[in-house]
Design a protein around this ligand. Sequence first.
Ligand SMILES: [Zn+2]
Length: 179
Amino acid sequence: MVARKPAVVDHIKTKDKVFFITIDDGWYRQKALADWVVKRKIPVTVFLTNQARTTMSVDHSRCFTKVASFGTVQNHTMTHKSLAWMNTNRKREICSAQSVYGKSFGYRPWMLRPPFGDGYFNLHSRARLIESVAASCGIEYIVLMHFEGDTQANMARLVRRYAAVGLKPARLENYLPKR
Ligand SMILES: [Zn+2]
C-alpha cells in the first residue's frame, strides 16, 4: 500500500478568534513554562527534536509531556538536520523519531515540522522526497507555521496581547484542514 502524501499546511482558515502556539526544538526547558501552561490550560503543540529530548543523556520527556498537556508532542526530527540536503538520512531523521516518540509519549506524531522550513521555504525541489518518506511512517501533516515563545514570560505576554484583541489560544489539531 502506498501511504497517502501528507498535507502541507502553512496557514489555517477559520473565522474563530483563535491563535495557535507551537514551540520548536526543546534545547531549553523551563519549569516555569510547564507549570504555567498547565495552570492556564494553554494548548501548545511541541515540535520536538529528539536530540534535545535527551540532552546529555538525560531523558526530558516528562517535561515535554507537561508542556503539551493540552496539546501534543510532534515530530521535529532526530537531530535537526536539514531534510532537504541530499546526504541527510531522511528515513532516520523522520521515521526514527516517530518510533522513539511513540514509546516516550504513548502516541506516534502525525505532524512534522521540517527544520529551517527547508524543502518548503527554499530547496523546493526536495519537498516530494521529504513527503514520501514522511508518509511512509505515518506523518499526515507537514506544518510550516512558526511561532516564537520559548519562555513563560514571553508566552504570558503573547497570550495577554492576543487576549486584548479578543483572540484565544486553540489546539492546532482541531483546526487542521480535513484530509
Ligand atoms: Zn527547529
